[in-house]
Write a protein that binds this ligand. Structure first.
Ligand SMILES: NC(=O)c1ccc[n+]([C@@H]2O[C@H](COP(=O)([O-])OP(=O)(O)OC[C@H]3O[C@@H](n4cnc5c(N)ncnc54)[C@H](OP(=O)(O)O)[C@@H]3O)[C@@H](O)[C@H]2O)c1
Length: 416
């Protein structure tokens, strides 16, 4: 376990001045485990931006599940992937461009930005005409790359930079990218949700789900959200969800491996009960046109069973387990499709971010942690004790600030 947390927010240097060392929360192989163990404070050498890269002063960082996976070392040890002896997690940030490498022309020092987390080679045919998500070198920044956002500075490809919505505080701006852009690609570009369709959303108050609800509504479709408490249901409703189901009302629903015939029967009874509840919500015997999946092993057979004829099940994650078991007869007889989806390309992120600028999609930040409590923020998500998204202050000294000048004034620091 960590010692008591005493690390103050980093100080903000004069614009463009890069200190040799930076404050960071660092994961290392010898301490993989739950977040309070795996995230440890260290002083690290500040990285230097290479060609096409930018160094960003992190004002706030968003918490995502991939920081938990990185700390656990599951399903793979990310340090084996990056071949480094350290990992700074964090795939979401808001901040200021502090230094640019050779060849960067679209952004300059001092620009206020948010980031998307897709890293690609930029040179292959997929990057230059098809879809950068098909690039053989595609990686999630801050998960499959070592210099993520839980540090005073982060290192990004300049194509990851997006304009920060001015109306948002640093912590709100840092909170939405990864989950929102992922949900956007899932529903807009992969499942291609159409007006009037019915979309079933697991974890409708969680990071992905709360944006899944808003995107569904913006596309003119109907959202049915599944949650596990009244408070979570209320949050999803506030985000525009048309109907809410509490999964606690369907005991026995979760799939567990090595099912006995009795367990199978109980699970199918609970599944059919949920199907009936969906019919009651929409007022007709109709299954969802799209199921928004990321829970995985425990829910996937239910998703395949409940999805309507010719429907699409779009999946981007598997919180409860990666080995999915389902009765394939339900898939082929009713001609359902399973669609894999992974984050989003720069153009999709740009399109999605525009909707935040316009106020049509609203980030749902429920909790903000200080820099010294970054491990605790991850622990909260690991225990499924959060709702919406959570963010951590890094260089921003307090919540509610939205410019560099405000942050400097609040920190009482000098600098240019
Ligand atoms: N491929 C990608 O690009 C990508 C991008 C983002 C996230 N992901 C993955 O997607 C998953 C979700 O991410 P997130 O940020 O949305 O996480 P999150 O904020 O923790 O939300 C997940 C939601 O799942 C629900 N849930 C948890 N256990 C469940 C269970 N046993 N049965 C049914 N529902 C359950 C919870 O809602 P209730 O308790 O209210 O039901 C929770 O709110 C993670 O595994 C993450 O790694 C993948």
């Amino acid at each position: 376990m960590n010692e008591p947390i005493t690390h103050a927010a980093p100080t903000i240097p004069p614009l463009g001045e890069v200190p040799a060392e930076m404050d960071a929360w660092v994961i290392r192989k010898e301490r993989l485990g739950e977040p309070l163990t795996s995230f440890q404070y260290e002083k690290m050498k500040t990285p230097e931006p290479g060609p096409g890269e930018a160094l960003v002063l992190v004002m706030a960082a968003g918490v995502n599940y991939n920081g938990i996976w990185a700390g656990l070392g599951k399903p793979v040890s990310i340090l084996d992937v990056t071949k480094k002896d350290f990992h700074i997690a964090g795939s979401d940030a808001s901040g200021i461009v502090w230094k640019v490498g050779p060849g960067v022309t679209r952004y300059k020092v001092g620009d206020e930005v948010v980031l998307h987390c897709n890293v690609t080679c930029g040179q292959c045919p997929a990057c230059n005409g098809f879809d950068p998500m098909a690039c053989e070198d595609q990686k999630i920044w801050g998960y499959e790359t070592p210099y993520g956002s839980f540090a005073q500075f982060c290192l990004v490809q300049s194509q990851q930079l997006l304009k920060k919505p001015k109306q948002l505080s640093w912590e709100v701006a840092a909170s939405y990218g990864l989950v929102y852009f992922t949900a956007y690609r899932m529903l807009v570009d992969r499942a291609r949700v159409r007006p009037g369709e019915l979309v079933l959303i697991w974890g409708a108050s969680g990071g992905l789900g709360i944006f899944g609800v808003q995107i569904t509504k913006l596309l003119g479709a109907t959202a049915i959200g599944i949650v596990s408490s009244k408070a979570k249901g209320q949050l999803a409703k506030d985000a525009g969800c048309d109907h809410i189901l509490d999964r606690n009302d369907f005991p026995g629903l979760a799939f567990t491996p090595n099912e006995t015939p009795e367990r199978l029967k109980a699970r199918m009874d609970a599944t059919k009960k949920m199907g009936k509840a969906i019919w009651d919500c929409v007022g007709e015997k109709k299954g969802p046109d799209v199921v928004f999946e990321h829970v995985g092993q425990e829910t996937f057979p239910t998703s395949v069973f409940l999805a309507g004829r010719m429907s699409r099940i779009v999946i981007c994650g598997a919180t409860t387990g990666f080995n999915l078991t389902f009765d394939v007869r339900h898939l082929w007889m009713r001609q359902k499709s399973i669609i894999g989806s992974h984050f989003a390309n720069a153009e999709q992120c740009q399109r999605a971010n525009e909707l935040v600028h316009q106020g049509k999609i609203k980030p749902v930040l429920t909790e903000t942690f200080e820099f010294g409590r970054i491990p605790e923020a991850h622990e909260r998500m690991y225990r499924n004790q959060h709702m919406g998204t959570i963010a951590c202050l890094v260089s921003s000294p307090k919540p509610g600030l939205s410019t560099l000048d405000e942050a400097r004034a609040a920190a009482g620091s000098a600098g240019g």
